[in-house]
Design a protein around this ligand. Sequence first.
Ligand code: CAA
Length: 258
Amino acid sequence: SRIYEYIHTSSEGHVGIISLNRPEVLNALNRTMIVEILSAMESFDQDENIRVILLSGNGRAFAAGADIQEMANDSAIDFELLDQFKNWDRIAAIKKPIIGAVQGFALGGGFELALCCDMVYAADDAEFGFPEVDLGVMPGAGGTQRLTKLVGKTKAMEWLFTGKRITSGEALHYGIVNRIFAKEILMEETLKAAAKIASQAPLSIRLIKESVLKAVDTTLNEGMHFERKNFYLLFSSEDQKEGMSAFREKRKPEFKGK
Ligand code: CAA
């Protein structure tokens, strides 16, 4: 696999693993690192052997936000000309499920990256927050939008206004994370969950992800219509024939993703 400067990639079975690897600054996300995360995700998305993507931090952080050193002297026009957040839109367009394994700090852009994951498993030491307000700015990679859609207006306002850090327990309570584990077993447990999802029919998983994300973005009526078309579409897959034959023949299905 490719050599990156700020991330490490590997795979285990059908799970593609991306580990953020800039521990000396708590995985602060500079622009090159975002490009690398996107590039690794897009290659896993195209890789026939990969069915699920696992995104993890390391050491004391998942990621402590965008790199403040890098952006401190930028102007509004720099951001406009760079189209600063275009790569984040491409991360949101990844078709395969992304499962986050969050330990330590997930702040600012790090929290936004966690919010881009489809499911999140967290270590008991995980802390989430949007400290941008302490820097005289605000989230720009989806924080105000994704957090609000996930937890509702009043909690989002509170956390964004105060910049306070919330614990893994609170994150679980508000549905930001799926499960919490001791730090020592987080990776193992996240891999187990990823492997389970990787054993399901890949086209079902793909169109379920697309349909759920549609629900976040649209009206019930439009979403129902979208769901129905995806449901119909799966009946033209070989895996639907295999899944239903296996049920009738009382055996385990073998899914091919076609
Ligand atoms: N950018 C650049 N460097 C960072 C960083 C960041 N976001 N977060 C941490 N670092 C660096 C620190 O500068 C420090 O480097 P040096 O050793 O060279 O001084 C190193 O990482 C270790 O950090 P600390 O010594 O500060 O560790 P700590 O345990 O005392 O504190 C912390 C940890 C509370 C997370 C603290 O580092 C912190 O507050 N970090 C900044 C968090 C933040 O404001 N994030 C939001 C960024 S803005 C954003 O993300 C915008 C967006 O929407 C895209």
